[in-house]
Structure formats: structure tokens, C-alpha cells
Design a protein around this ligand. Sequence first.
Ligand code: 13P
Length: 240
Amino acid sequence: MKLIAANWKSNPDTAKTAERLALAEDYEGVIIIPPFQYLERVRSVLKHASLGAQNVFWENGGPFTGEVSPSQLKNLSVSFVIAGHSERRAYLGETDDMINKKIKAALSEGLQVILCVGEPIQIRKDGIRSAKDFITNQIRYDLRGVKRSDAKKVIITYEPIWAISTSQNAEPDIPEEAAEICAYIKNLVNVRGVIYGGSVNAKNAKEFLGRDDIDGALVGGESLKPKEFQKIVSAATPLV
Ligand code: 13P
């Protein structure tokens, strides 16, 4: 079964809209990842989908203003946390060292991790080999010290930065090349799965999700549009 994760990023503006969105996206195999402030409300309406959080801190409690701890998330019935999203790497200066600490803290609390990796456009322009080298470094660093048994609780998202719909001149990766990189990642580390993210929509979903080497999708923009999102889900599993 393919995994479809809905990363709502910093949307929507009200809890009522979040609840409506959650109800429309509540399918088996889906992970709904709302902003922190809606986690509880979203959890209360979900019957089939799992719940994820967009970030996590590496300490449980203490003087860390604005941070959300692994145990707080666990106690809200959160099952997954995102680590290493390129938006946080790029715009908030999140380093591989910070990401590594987050991943280890989350795993030790029993949370599963969605680790995002992906290269900037300049690297990809140098060829697919350069992209592979770049993400190999990210994965090696981000998963440093993670036990083999814990790595089975990690899902890696291959999300090339230039393919994220909000990036300048964004376009989705060529499905065949995305699949090649996902297969490469699977050879590199023994994780629960490797999914693709970056401008996935109702039209191209089948091209990505139809490939054996791609275990699912991390969807940003289109996860805010219930009808489009439902089509993406049905490209993975027929809804009826
Ligand atoms: P888009 O689906 O909007 O390209 O976003 C991808 C993403 O960043 C998901 O985490």
C-alpha cells in the first residue's frame, strides 16, 4: 500500500477549515500533517488516516521557548513527524546536526519520522550522479547513530528543492528519474519506505505512484484542495 502524506504547511487560517479539510482527506494510508495548533482538532475527527506533525524538538521539556517536544506529540496521538524539510533547512537554517538530534529524539519516543532530503537546482544541473551524492551526504549525516531497528521507523522523502511547487520556476521531477533516486536511496539505507515529493498533483500522481520504487508521495499545495487530493489518493488506491 502506498503512503500519501498531506503536508498543509502553515495553512489553513482557522480550526474549522482544518477540520473540514481533515474530514475530506480521511483515508486509509493517508498521513495528515497539520500545523501544531490543529493537531487535537484534526485527531478528533480522523477515523482512517494517521496524524503527523511538521516539526519536533530534541528535548522533552525544559527552557525551550516555542519548541514542541516528542513526548507532547506522542501524548497527542501523533504517529509521524517531519524532519529535514527543505523549507526549514533553507529558510530557518536548520542544520543536519539539528535534524539528526530531532530524529533520534523522536524515534526514542516511539514516533515515526518522515525525513526529507533533496538537492538544489544547481546540483541537479550537474547530473543525477551529483544529486545522488548530495542526498547521500544528507542521509548519512541525518541518520548518524540511528539503530538499524529504528531505521525501519523512518520514511525518506526524496523532495528535490526545485520541484516544490512554491520554488521559483518549479516543475515536478521526471518520474523515471525520481524513481531512480528512490531506488538508489533504498539501496543505501534500510528504511520503511521512500516516497517522492514536489509538485505532485492529480494529473501526474499516477506517473509517480505507479512506480514500484516510489512508495508514496508527500503532497504540499494540492493537499489544501480536497478534490484534487482525493484524486491523488485514488491514483494510489482506488477509493471504491
Ligand atoms: P508541493 O506539493 O506544494 O510541491 O510541496 C511539496 C512539499 O514541500 C511537501 O512537503
